[in-house]
Design a protein around this ligand. Structure first.
Ligand SMILES: Cc1ncc(C[n+]2csc(CCOP(=O)(O)OP(=O)(O)O)c2C)c(N)n1
Ligand code: SF4
Length: 272
């Protein structure tokens, strides 16, 4: 019997400020439902957010919360977790926040294996500032800074996090809500750095620039663009460029930073 997820919600702060059809609320709700299923006590949970539309998620929770400066959330969280390892810590960072200005912090949090569940709502653009393209925007996209198509190649944040040393990495979408909750639970149960990227609609900017229709049509577009990882790996490069893979990329069980730090410190004491 799980806890009622609405206990984690700051109901008095609703309604939220996200646009109609924005996927950020779906992701936050799934995060809270996964916490409820894991029976995380309210006073033992922290949501740390970045700056951007997705970063406003922290406004609507009734657990410990923290909003770092743009791109820096994981740096603060590294310190918080060394002081308070008992906190179940979630980060919500926009794709722009963590793949551009925050990429260095992401690489080092993954390398250090900080015990945190990093959730990246990837709406394929910088939503809050008007739909510019960050590194995760797919090639050829129209955005407010690529009015005739994007010249820069895009990047795969999941593969980067995996390569940097994350214990757990997965990608899902707001269409696949049941899978999303499963990934959040797997990620949070795995002690160490976990990253779950969630492809999500921003109908206001990315959807409008690319003529993807209303929110419902955009979710349908995301569903059709997405293929399971094993199928994606069998596709030609040209076909891969037209799709997102989804699934679990990495699941390891290396000790997290806090554990390694204190093992090391105890070793030092022993030798002294
Ligand atoms: C250091 C710094 N640089 C730039 C900004 C401006 N800024 C605020 S929100 C934002 C975009 C956020 O986009 P993303 O992280 O993709 O989240 P979304 O709004 O799409 O959810 C930017 C560039 C800032 N607040 N601080
Ligand atoms: S601008 Fe885009 S990301 Fe921001 S609230 Fe609106 S739909 Fe969501």
């Amino acid at each position: 019997m799980s806890i009622d997820y609405s206990l984690y919600l700051a109901k008095e702060r609703l309604p939220h400020l996200w646009c109609p059809g924005c996927g950020h609320g779906i992701i936050l709700k799934n995060m809270l439902i996964s916490m409820a299923e894991m029976e995380v006590p309210r006073e033992k949970a922290l949501l740390a957010c970045g700056i951007g539309c997705s970063g406003r998620a922290g406004d609507y929770v009734n657990i410990h919360r923290f909003q770092g400066t743009h791109g820096r959330t994981l740096a603060y969280v590294t310190g918080i977790k060394m002081a308070h390892p008992e906190l179940k810590t979630f980060c919500i960072m926009g794709d722009g926040d963590c793949s551009a200005i925050g990429i260095g912090h992401l690489i080092h949090a993954a390398r250090r294996n900080v015990d945190v569940t990093a959730i990246v709502p990837n709406n394929l653009n910088y939503g809050m500032t008007g739909g510019q393209f960050p590194p995760l925007t797919p090639g050829e996209s129209l955005t407010s800074t690529s009015r005739s198509g994007k010249a820069e190649p895009d990047m795969d944040l999941c593969r980067l996090a995996a390569e940097a040393g994350a214990n757990y990495v997965a990608r899902t979408t707001v269409y696949h809500v049941v899978e999303m909750k499963k990934r959040f639970i797997e990620a949070t149960s795995n002690k160490g750095f976990s990253l779950v990227e969630v492809i999500t609609p921003c109908p206001t900017y990315y959807g409008r620039y690319n003529q993807l229709g209303n929110a419902h049509e955009m979710i349908e577009w995301i569903k059709n663009k997405t293929v399971p990882l094993h199928k994606y790996e069998e596709m030609s490069v040209k076909n891969q460029e037209q799709h997102f893979w989804r699934g679990k990329l990495v699941e390891k069980h290396k000790p997290d930073l806090y554990t390694r730090y204190w093992q090391h410190e105890r070793g030092m004491d022993h030798r002294a």
